[in-house]
Ligand binder design. Structure first.
Ligand code: PHB
Length: 395
């Protein structure tokens, strides 16, 4: 409030000073809509660096398509590299909220970091849009009116993959992931879908984030002899895992399934090791919709590479913010009106249009995809209009 009052006083003074010096200051121009201050808190170094960059690219692409602004407002960016380090999450989020006084926090990739960020957003009543991190709790027990997500819960693709693995006739599986919220929740989702379809998870294996020492774990998988393996890995760690699984000779003997992060944006770096992998995700290559086509054409022209799911989630974060800003056109950034419009928005996403659940998480189709060359080609819809159960969310 005080910040706003200060700005208006400055504007009035600028008008008076202008008149005193005989300069014509058009009052209409002085009254132009306030700019929007966007805090991007994302990983730009470490195992998830490429993911943070893709989200940023996607966000800025949508702003560029709108003529370089959102709902007529100038967009000013404040950027922090969160290094995917949960220990620094509060301090980094505070830099954006308290020092830079951003109007909206956009971030992040890592679930543990996002949980810390969301606490800062809740405590300071700052609008927050999560363009990746899937921590179930963010739109579960920790849900809040000012916290939105344009990505997924870790449960969503995990559950869909478990359902498909059971439908494919597998009776036993072993899971492997980094030991942190995202991996454990993805595995829980898989286990739920797989066991509901008659399968049994024999063992849930983990290693610390962002470790890539897989050899002993691969030996254990080989000795457990499951009919299927489910993993959650992403970014650089995903590349190393898939190469090691192949080199250990397991790819030929035990089918490997995953949430689609394993193969999104990583197939080129895997060489041929990712070929043929089946994964479940809310985005795929070869979706037959006009929005995706124009999104991909313009992304590849601007950034000289193909977009992935992270670019889509960043693009949709900007679309959701625009829906909020449309509700306060030319006026103050009244958060209540923005929240109402964002909660009711239909986002015209390249993944297919989606709406948000009461907990502010996308209700969306989860696709089954097959890795072919550098693409994750859509095979079918594994789980149509899948909503996270949002257990524990009260609002
Ligand atoms: C997460 O930590 O929630 C996370 C990280 C990378 C992914 C997906 C989810 O690709």
């Amino acid at each position: 409030m005080n910040k706003q009052k200060g700005r208006n006083t400055l504007r009035t003074m600028a008008g008076i000073v202008g008149l005193a010096f005989g300069v014509l200051v058009p009052f209409g121009a002085v009254q132009a809509a306030e700019k929007i201050k966007v805090g991007l808190m994302l990983p730009y170094t470490g195992t998830f660096a490429a993911l943070g960059t893709a989200i940023t690219n996607g966000f800025k692409q949508y702003v560029a398509e709108q003529g370089g602004n959102l709902a007529g407002r100038e967009v000013e960016y404040f950027v922090v590299d969160d290094e995917s380090d949960p220990a620094k999450a509060t301090e980094n989020a505070n830099k954006l909220v308290k020092r830079d006084q951003v109007d909206v926090l956009v971030g992040t990739v890592h679930s543990g970091v996002a949980l810390g960020m969301a606490k800062v957003a809740r405590d300071n009543k700052t609008l927050m849009i999560i363009p990746n991190a899937g921590a179930d709790d963010l739109t579960g027990p920790l849900c809040a009116p000012n916290v939105f997500r344009t990505s997924f819960t870790n449960w969503q693709p995990g559950f869909a993959m478990g359902k498909v693995a059971a439908e494919r006739g597998h009776k036993t599986a072993v899971t492997l992931t980094w030991k942190y919220a995202a991996g454990e929740e993805a595995v829980n989702g898989f286990t739920g879908g797989f066991e509901a379809g008659g399968g049994k998870v024999l063992k849930q294996l983990t290693l610390p984030f962002p470790g890539v020492e897989f050899q002993a774990l691969l030996t254990e998988i080989a000795s457990l002899k499951p009919e299927a393996v489910y993993v959650f890995f992403a970014g650089g760690g995903a590349v190393k895992f898939v190469k090691d699984y192949d080199a250990a000779g397991l790819k030929a003997s035990i089918p490997l399934y995953s949430s689609g992060f394993l193969t999104d944006g990583t197939l080129a770096a895997m060489g041929g090791s990712g070929e043929g992998l089946l994964t479940a995700l809310h985005y795929a290559d070869g979706l037959d919709n006009a929005k995706d086509k124009s999104f991909r054409d313009s992304y590849s022209t601007t950034y000289k590479m193909q977009p992935d799911v992270y670019a889509v989630q960043g693009y949709d974060a900007a679309q959701l913010l625009k829906a909020g800003l449309d509700a306060v056109k030319d006026g103050k950034l009244e958060q209540g009106a923005m929240i109402k419009a964002m909660a009711a928005a239909t986002v015209d996403s390249p993944r297919g249009a989606f709406t948000l659940s009461k907990a502010h998480n996308p209700v969306q189709d989860i696709y089954l995809r097959k890795a072919e060359g550098q693409e994750n080609k859509v095979v079918s819809i594994a789980a149509p209009k899948l909503a996270d159960p949002a257990r524990g969310c009260r609002m």
